[in-house]
Design a protein around this ligand. Structure first.
Ligand code: AMP
Length: 178
């Protein structure tokens, strides 16, 4: 395990039974408040994704914005928000999906992705993979190509990678148990 992975795992706080009983919630706010560690996380994501053509970053509301926006800035790429239902003002594409603790919808502006755009999807955490898969399906319905999915952390015991089979999935730190 790398030092960065150890530091990420140590800095993430686990809150039991949030937002409902049985869920061990991984709270990354305890990582993000640490400026030096936060910078190392962004640098590691930049190093991981700087090779190869990417046209846009899609960040998933809300914690994917915190990770995706600085990454887009550092890579010199446009940032596209994938938002929860009812937040985007313009013409949009919608999808419904299951996540670890319920059902949700995700939307993206129809003109945010152009046909042939190579897109990196970003979120803070991979749990069951439903959210990331929904974001990928929105990108693809608009004619974009998903070149990868980037996470800071991954709950590997929930096997989200199986749902995302066929995509290039990378995370900086894995949790093998809650
Ligand atoms: P999933 O669709 O199950 O992969 O869920 C991923 C999304 O829900 C991400 O946006 C996470 O921020 C959030 N999420 C799901 N489960 C957890 C958890 N145990 N701890 C923290 N965030 C979670």
């Amino acid at each position: 395990m790398t030092t960065l992975e150890q530091d990420i795992r140590r800095s993430v706080r686990t809150i039991k039974d949030y937002p409902r009983k049985g869920i061990a919630f991984k709270d990354l706010t305890t990582l993000w408040k640490n400026g030096r560690l936060n910078r190392r996380v962004t640098a590691a994501l930049v190093a991981s994704w700087r090779r190869g053509r990417i046209d846009k970053i899609v960040g998933i509301e809300a914690r994917g914005f915190i990770v995706g926006a600085p990454l887009a800035d550092r890579l010199g790429l446009g940032f596209v928000p994938a938002r929860k239902v009812g937040k985007l003002p313009g013409d949009k594409m919608s999808v419904n999906y299951e996540l670890e603790y319920g059902r949700q919808g995700l939307e993206i502006h129809s003109d945010a992705i152009s046909k042939g755009d190579r897109v990196l999807v970003v979120d803070d955490l991979l749990a069951t993979g439903g959210t990331a898969k929904a974001a990928c399906s929105l990108v693809e319905r608009l004619g974009g190509e998903v070149v990868g999915i980037a996470f800071v952390t991954e709950l590997s015991y929930l096997k989200g990678r199986e749902k995302l089979a066929g995509y290039e999935v990378r995370s900086l730190a894995k949790f093998d148990s809650d």
